[in-house]
Design a protein around this ligand. Structure first.
Ligand code: MBD
Ligand code: FE
Length: 289
């Protein structure tokens, strides 16, 4: 494959990823009942959101050119299917903050646009589904799932998903096995897990659509630090949706999605047998209210 072929294929995959996130979101919303619309609440939130935008226009003396550029861009976000991408990158972190500020257990962070329910079920010491030649450093990821009172939780579910070395998520970019780098592990009788995985690479959000256009026009960068996504759950406990990060990543301090927290930083060490890295991380779940 030539560099040109690669660039074309790479761009095509990135463009697909944003649009496929829209289809995935739509089918999940269709499957859920959705919150009943409360007129007073809609009135409050919509009034405040519209006022915030109007205040900004007046304070910054926004021109007709700028207003029309905004209109064209908003239309393009929808056409490119990038509303999930845009919202999860720039807004979800505040929703997550509000949703979890009462918690005493492990820190959570945003889910992002690329979660898929129902990944292959694997034992407490299983291997994340991956291709035979999957690029990346082997990572042994182990720990214990506990209640905030310290009780180990057996049969807890740990869903793990992350992008491949090129930054593509299976089921969102074409040409990747369906459940590649996605798995659901179950803790053993002592609440432990020991997952054979790979260390993810830094991730650049797709730059060829409306989000990329904004990032470029504003002079920002499109990077997220390398991250593993996780959902940890057990009946009777609050679902923990989180991400874990790796020290030394150049974007730990300026994640475009604002989703890094100090508590989510791993401390991987070289394995004694020389086979890549190992790291221990325990999850503490809050009992459901
Ligand atoms: C991702 O992989 C991600 O985690 C977020 C939050 C946004 C876009 C892509
Ligand atoms: Fe991600």
């Amino acid at each position: 494959m030539t560099t040109e072929d690669f660039t074309t294929e790479f761009s095509a995959k990135a463009a697909d990823s944003g649009a496929n996130a829209t289809a995935a979101f739509a089918s999940r919303v269709a499957a859920s009942t959705g919150a009943a619309a409360d007129t007073a609440r809609v009135n409050l939130l919509a009034t405040r959101a519209i006022k915030a935008l109007n205040d900004l226009i007046i304070e910054e003396r926004v021109t007709y050119d700028e207003y029309n550029a905004l209109k064209a861009w908003l239309i393009r976000v929808g056409q490119d299917g990038e509303w999930p991408l845009f919202l999860d990158v720039f807004v979800e972190h505040s929703v997550e903050q509000v949703a979890s500020d009462h918690r005493e257990g492990s820190k959570g962070t945003i889910e992002g646009p690329y979660y898929v329910e129902g990944s292959p079920e694997l034992p407490w010491d299983g291997t994340l589904p991956m291709r035979a030649d999957e690029p990346g450093t082997p990572l042994l990821f182990q720990g214990t799932v506990k209640s905030t009172d310290g009780t180990a939780l057996s049969n807890a579910k740990i869903e793990l998903w992350h992008a491949d070395d090129l930054g593509f998520y299976s089921q969102f970019a074409p040409g990747i096995p369906e459940w590649n780098l996605r798995g659901s592990f179950t803790t053993n009788e002592d609440g432990q897990f020991q997952i054979t995985a790979i260390k993810p690479a830094p991730y650049m959000i797709p730059t060829d659509g409306a989000c990329g256009q904004l990032i470029d026009a504003a002079g920002w960068h499109a990077w997220r630090p390398a991250h593993m996504h996780l959902k940890v759950s057990q009946p009777g406990y609050e679902l923990l949706t989180t991400q874990l990060y790796f020290p030394g990543d150049p974007h730990n301090d300026d994640d475009i999605a604002g989703a890094v927290k100090p508590e989510l930083m791993l401390d991987p060490q070289p394995r004694a047998d020389g086979e890549g890295l190992e790291v221990t991380y325990d999850f503490l779940l809050d009992p459901a209210a």
